[in-house]
Structures are given as structure tokens and as C-alpha cells.
Design a protein around this ligand. Structure first.
Ligand code: SF4
Length: 276
């Protein structure tokens, strides 16, 4: 189902980093809502989703003045200290509508002019590779984190049927590495995967962050329980995977392919470099 898309103007665009993202001075969400509608998305339990009539995944608001705001707010924030931005915490900055709006691209153009100290770009979309030219200019001030929760598209279709296919994400990550853009695969949240997953990842990236429903949902797994994710595992004969220790088995597999210092666990993999 195509999400309903609206435009709105915002009063501000940089939000103070807090909670899981306390290492960042700010978060930046160019859109509200998310067309990918992942079943496990913790934003489903937040006021922004709960107070909306449409279901999560069925609506996207475009913050049409985001570029104008960021041009004013970055210099202002810099007067108070380092500016490290996490984009995005409650949407994906590469919504399908971004192909037409170029809003996130506009933000990157603005950041090339007024660079933050650090930008963490978190997405599930291969569209990020469109902006390699701008990411190159940002150089070591940027890290692109592409979520690849599993290598099995059949599993992706169970948990996040509207999110981009895995093969396209792997290709995008490979392109980012080839172009010298600092990047990682975020296995977050870990979903059932094949034995070959580490090899497929080593073909496209040098850095991995591994997170799961129990460490990464900000509530020790309670939010994930409330979202009924356990049932999805059970209904699909995947119950063995829904366990606090599963990530350790996958970590062991990854360690056969990646060096220890290339594997980050949970929150650490999303920190800015000066917080490591
Ligand atoms: S892409 Fe991110 S913000 Fe969008 S539904 Fe999935 S987890 Fe939530």
C-alpha cells in the first residue's frame, strides 16, 4: 500500500540528542512517518505514531523547510559546542518520496556548506548511493550505516516487507566502500540469517554493528514484546532465533571473517568516533 504523503513546515529541525543517542548533540528527521513500516520499529510505540489516525508505515510528512532550517540551526548550534548529528532517529532519511523531493540531498548540500563535526547517516535504502558525490566532500565527518538485518530476503519479507530488498542494500554498501565513504552494515535488529551472511558482508563492508531486540530496543526487549514480534517468529517457525543469546552465535560466525575491532556491539556501533 502506498503511504499518504503530506508536506508541513517545522519550527525547528535539530533536536537535542538523548536516550540511546545521548552521544550526539542533535538528531535530524527530514521526514515524519516512514513508508518502510518495519514490524519491529520502536517508533510505533512513540507519541508521533500513537496519536496519528493512520497506521505506522501508511503516512509520510515531508518537512519542506528542513533545508532552510538546518542552514540557520547548524551555525547557531556550533556557537554552543561540537555539532554531531544522527540522521535519522524516527524515520528513514531516504524515504521512497526522497527520489522526487531530494530533501535529504538538500540537507547534505547545506552540510557541505556548513559542515557539522560529525554526521551519522542511518538508512535502509540503497538511494543513499545517489549522494556519494556529497558524502565524499564530507569525508571523515560522515559515517553511513546501512541496515542489513539478514541476508535472506524471505526473512526480510516477513518482518519488513515494504523495506528495500537486501540485494540492493548490499550493492549500495559495496559502492560506498568502493568510493571511500566511511560506512558499515548494521545488523540491527538481528534477524534469522544464513551461514553465508558473514561472507556476503565481507564482500561489501569492512565494519559491522550487531544489535538485537534485547539490547537495542531501549527497554531490554519489552518494547519488542509489546509489538508482538515474538509471535511473528513463532508463526514462521523461527522461535529458536528469538533468544537473548542468538547474537553471540552470530558474533562468533562474524569473528571468523572480520577482525575483532571491526565488529561493534549494540549502542557502540552507533556512537560518534569521539565517544568510542
Ligand atoms: S526504516 Fe527505521 S524508522 Fe522506518 S519503519 Fe523501519 S525501523 Fe522504523
Amino acid at each position: 500500500m502506498k503511504p499518504s504523503v503530506q508536506t508541513r513546515t517545522s519550527r525547528s529541525i535539530l533536536t537535542k540528542g538523548s536516550g540511546f543517542l545521548h552521544g550526539y548533540s542533535h538528531t535530524l528527521n527530514p521526514y515524519a512517518g516512514c513508508a518502510f513500516g518495519c514490524s519491529y520499529c520502536y517508533v510505533r510505540r512513540m507519541p508521533i505514531a500513537l496519536f496519528r489516525e493512520e497506521d505506522w508505515g501508511e503516512w509520510v510528512d515531508i518537512k519542506e523547510n528542513a533545508v532552510e532550517l538546518v542552514k540557520k540551526e547548524i551555525p547557531k548550534a556550533r556557537k554552543k559546542g561540537k555539532v554531531s548529528i544522527f540522521m535519522s532517529s524516527s524515520t528513514d532519511p531516504y524515504q521512497p518520496v526522497e527520489y522526487n523531493t531530494g530533501l535529504t540531498r538538500g540537507l547534505l548540500e547545506a552540510m557541505v556548506e556548513e559542515p557539522p563535526d560529525f554526521l551519522f547517516l542511518q538508512t535502509r535504502s540503497p538511494l543513499v548511493s545517489r549522494d556519494i558525490d556529497l558524502l565524499k566532500v564530507l569525508g571523515s565527518r560522515v559515517m553511513v550505516s546501512l541496515t542489513i538485518e539478514t541476508d535472506l530476503d524471505s526473512v526480510r519479507k516477513i518482518f519488513a516487507p515494504s523495506a528495500p530488498p537486501i540485494a540492493a542494500r548490499l550493492n549500495a554498501l559495496k559502492e560506498l566502500r568502493r568510493e571511500g565513504i566511511p560506512s558499515q552494515a548494521a545488523i540491527a535488529p538481528l534477524l534469522p540469517c544464513s551461514e553465508e551472511f558473514p561472507d556476503k558482508l565481507s564482500d561489501v563492508t569492512n565494519r559491522i554493528t550487531l544489535d538485537d531486540f534485547f539490547m537495542g530496543d531501549g527497554s531490554g526487549g519489552n518494547r519488542t514484546e509489546q509489538l508482538g514480534i515474538r509471535k511473528l517468529f513463532e508463526e514462521n517457525g523461527l522461535s529458536d532465533w528469538y533468544d537473548r543469546s542468538t547474537y553471540l552465535k552470530i558474533k562468533k560466525r562474524l569473528e571468523k571473517t572480520f577482525a575483532d575491532d571491526a565488529i561493534y556491539i549494540s549502542q557502540k556501533g552507533f556512537f560518534p568516533p569521539d565517544q568510542l
